[in-house]
Design a protein around this ligand. Structure first.
Ligand SMILES: Nc1nc2c(c(=O)[nH]1)N[C@H]1C(S)=C(S)[C@@H](COP(=O)(O)OP(=O)(O)OC[C@H]3O[C@@H](n4cnc5c(=O)[nH]c(N)nc54)[C@H](O)[C@@H]3O)O[C@H]1N2
Ligand SMILES: Nc1nc2c(c(=O)[nH]1)N[C@H]1C(S)=C(S)[C@@H](COP(=O)(O)OP(=O)(O)OC[C@H]3O[C@@H](n4cnc5c(=O)[nH]c(N)nc54)[C@H](O)[C@@H]3O)O[C@H]1N2
Ligand SMILES: [Mo]
Length: 662
């Protein structure tokens, strides 16, 4: 809730009446107004005058910018076709219509290249879907009824602060909380038990758990016989995964694996919460597919608070009328779709036909967030590439733009916010007028459509009209949740039944209608039909993994001093044995490198990190000399097994003392 005095936002607080967040704001949003009123906000269209990457711009008018963009695009379309334009967006803006609506209609109907947005959640969804037909599970709030909770590859306290009280409440009611993470994160520290697994070994761990469950008769055979296919084949498969056989690969003792398997299988209800850490590996989809077999074997889905709880985003989108928003029927069919992970590779690919001649980036900072940063920079620096970035700040990516167009902040535009973590749909009412000449994403696409001479009314639909259409799906979970009610109350809980157990009686949305321990669909794609460890990377040096920071939202907020100060310098954290072997000491200025590039960082030595691993924060951090550095300088465009994601954590690095200051 924003208080406003004479058109200026003077205070921003959480809504104490919101049952899920209870008025608590995270370390980022607590200072959101600093972001809104930051002196570095882009408030007017900017045109590049320096070299690409240099960040020198002059102010121009909207009319000039729009006319130039439209004419450049028309030339490109004339010469190469509309597929030579790549609209590139991610989830920087989280609202329903600001994230994707008129842009999809405009660029889809022009026949521009499509973008596969697969770096966040898509792999998890694809993997889980192979087993249970969906990437979502139960309502996360039901966790309070769970008695055995596994936070698997997620750092809840840092990335999902509002969920932590629910975990705590479950603990208070007697639940045991286990964290599976190679790093002793804050969340691992606060849990009852931390299992410091070796990276990418989660599927193997799950197979060993299933071995124990089968061997010791801990499988709910009644549930499995009624609601799953492929159990006999699975029993054969898990024979090879006795805990003592896999312990060293998994990086845990056989006794711990045995104990974990037995506790998990015998405590009811049990809940798994696997998140992003597991999907950023080349075996990411197989890891989710395999982990999703566990609650099938235990029959945990039968119980309130049992099963698996992942993102709720799809639950929101499934009940809203998204076709009314995106209008897929106006999109040109058969256009090329490029994977966001491969941005650098595609920009530098001389054989790509047609080549990418123009990029329009909004709600994303791919130079920091995509793998292989050097290649992305090389691509963005191409003189023949025409780049437009719609942003609040001149981000790392925006420095390469020909035009930077000013974007509104969340308190300056209208939207609905579906949630990743709960079932409350929120109304995002604009509290202040757009600052300077900033426009919302939807307004940008209306202006671009106008500049391109388009006149179809559906390219100019208002935000309110699209939101009303999305809410008018007639889905029972939206009953009574009207635009007016949301405007008045600010939020509403989807009308999901109070004790919703989606798979208590089977009803899986797979091809067979059952949980697929054996998957014909995977076999037909040439993949292993059974749960498996998946394809694991090999390499020398330290395995590099990264994660989110407390004070940034990915790279967002990294332009603001307070947040920068809180995060400090970019560091690489490793175990004392690995530091010792390299002659490194705490606080040393080091160079982290591999064949793709190098970054400078401060060396941190700690017991939080298992031997063999280098851990670095992801976001937009700076080194001791104030230069922005990114862990993605060291990661490759490694595809995941399926789901089209990015194996960010398949990278290996060396760490050396930094010779002399440059
Ligand atoms: N403060 C803050 N909150 C955020 C974000 C942010 O940038 N800042 N980003 C948001 C976004 S976009 C997302 S997707 C969510 C992500 O939410 P999380 O999934 O909780 O975030 P990550 O930091 O990616 O955490 C993944 C954890 O997985 C661990 N991990 C890495 N590899 C493996 C592995 O092989 N096995 C296991 N078991 N664990 C592994 C990492 O050490 C890390 O602790 O957070 C959201 N919330
Ligand atoms: N090594 C490594 N790489 C990773 C990850 C990791 O853990 N490790 N995490 C991955 C994950 S899970 C994700 S989700 C991606 C994130 O990748 P990105 O989405 O590219 O990252 P952000 O830094 O969040 O960039 C979003 C941008 O949107 C801008 N923005 C915010 N609101 C608006 C708006 O209303 N309009 C417009 N036009 N712009 C707006 C913000 O200022 C910000 O610059 O990174 C991925 N990359
Ligand atoms: Mo993400």
């Amino acid at each position: 809730m924003v208080s406003v005095d004479k058109g200026v936002a003077t205070g921003l607080v959480g809504d104490a009446s919101h049952p899920f967040t209870q008025g608590v704001l995270c370390a980022k949003v607590n200072h959101y107004l600093d972001r809104v009123y930051h002196p570095d906000r882009v408030l007017h269209p900017l045109k590049r005058i320096g070299a690409k990457g240099e960040g020198r711009f002059v102010r121009v008018s909207w009319d000039e910018a729009l006319a130039d963009i439209a004419s450049r695009w028309q030339d490109i379309i004339g010469e190469h076709g509309a597929e030579a334009i790549l609209p590139y967006s991610s989830a920087g803006v989280q609202g329903l219509v600001q994230q994707a609506s008129l842009d999809m209609r405009l660029f889809g109907s022009m026949g521009c290249s499509g973008l596969d947005r697969n770096i966040c959640g898509a792999v998890a969804s694809a993997g889980m879907s192979a087993t249970i037909g969906t990437g979502t599970g139960i309502d996360p709030e039901q966790i309070i009824h769970s008695r055995y909770i596994v936070l698997w590859g997620t750092n809840t306290i840092v990335t999902n602060l509002h969920y932590w009280p629910y975990v705590r409440e479950a603990q208070r009611r007697g639940a045991k909380v286990v964290v599976v993470d190679p790093i002793r994160t804050r969340t691992a520290d606060a849990a009852d038990w931390h299992l410091p697994i070796a990276p990418g070994q989660d599927a193997t761990l799950a197979l060993a758990m299933m071995h124990v469950m089968v061997r010791d008769g801990l499988v709910d055979l009644e549930y499995v016989n009624a609601h799953a296919v492929g159990y006999d084949a699975l029993v054969e498969r898990v024979k090879q995964f006795a805990p003592d056989q896999v312990a060293s690969a998994v990086g845990l003792s056989a006794a711990d694996i045995e104990c974990f398997a037995r506790e998990y299988a015998t405590t009811t209800p049990s809940l798994l919460r696997p998140l992003i850490g597991i999907e950023h590996h080349r075996n990411g989809a197989m890891q989710f597919r395999t982990i999703a077999c566990l609650p099938v074997l235990t029959g945990a889905w039968k119980h309130r608070g049992g099963g698996l709880a992942r993102s709720t985003h799809m639950l929101h989108f499934a009940v809203l009328d998204m076709d009314a928003v995106l209008m897929p029927h106006v999109h040109r069919p058969d256009v090329r779709v490029l994977n966001m992970r491969d941005l650098g590779k595609d920009l530098c690919d001389h054989t790509l036909a047609p080549p990418i001649k123009s990029l329009i980036v909004y709600g994303a900072n791919p130079l920091v967030s995509m793998p292989n940063q050097r290649r992305t920079a090389e691509g963005l620096a191409r003189e023949d590439l025409f780049t437009v970035v719609h942003e609040l700040f001149v981000t790392d990516t925006a420095r390469y733009a020909d035009y930077v167009l000013p974007a509104t902040s969340q308190i300056e535009h209208l939207d609905l916010s579906p949630s990743w973590g709960h079932l409350y749909l929120a109304m995002n009412r604009p509290a202040i007028a757009p600052r300077g000449e900033a426009v919302s994403n939807t307004e940008l696409f209306r202006r671009l459509a106008g500049a391109l001479g388009r006149t179809e009314p559906w390219l100019f639909e208002s935000d309110e009209s699209m939101l009303r259409a999305a809410l008018a799906s007639g889905h029972p979970w939206l009953e009574g949740i009207t635009y007016e009610r949301l405007w008045e109350d600010g939020f509403a809980r989807l009308r999901c039944p109070d004790d919703w157990r989606p798979f208590a009686d089977g009803g899986f949305t797979t091809r067979s209608g059952k949980a697929e321990l054996w998957s014909d669909a995977l076999r037909e794609q040439g993949l292993d039909p059974l749960p498996a460890p998946g394809d694991l990377p090999t390499g020398s040096g330290l395995r590099l993994i990264s994660g989110k920071t407390l004070h940034f939202m990915n790279s967002g907020y990294s332009h603001i001093e307070r947040h920068q100060r809180r995060e400090g310098e970019l560091f690489v954290e490793m175990h004392a044995d690995d530091a010792g072997a390299r002659g490194l000491a705490e606080g040393d200025d080091v160079r982290v490198w591999n064949a793709l590039g190098d970054v400078s960082a401060v060396c941190r030595i700690s017991e939080r990190v298992r031997p063999g691993i280098a851990w670095m924060p992801f976001g937009g951090l700076t080194d001791a000399r104030g230069r922005r550095q990114s862990v993605n300088t060291l990661t490759a465009e490694e595809p995941t097994d399926w789901g089209g994601g990015s194996g960010y954590y398949d990278a290996f690095v060396e760490v050396s003392p930094r010779a002399a200051p440059e």
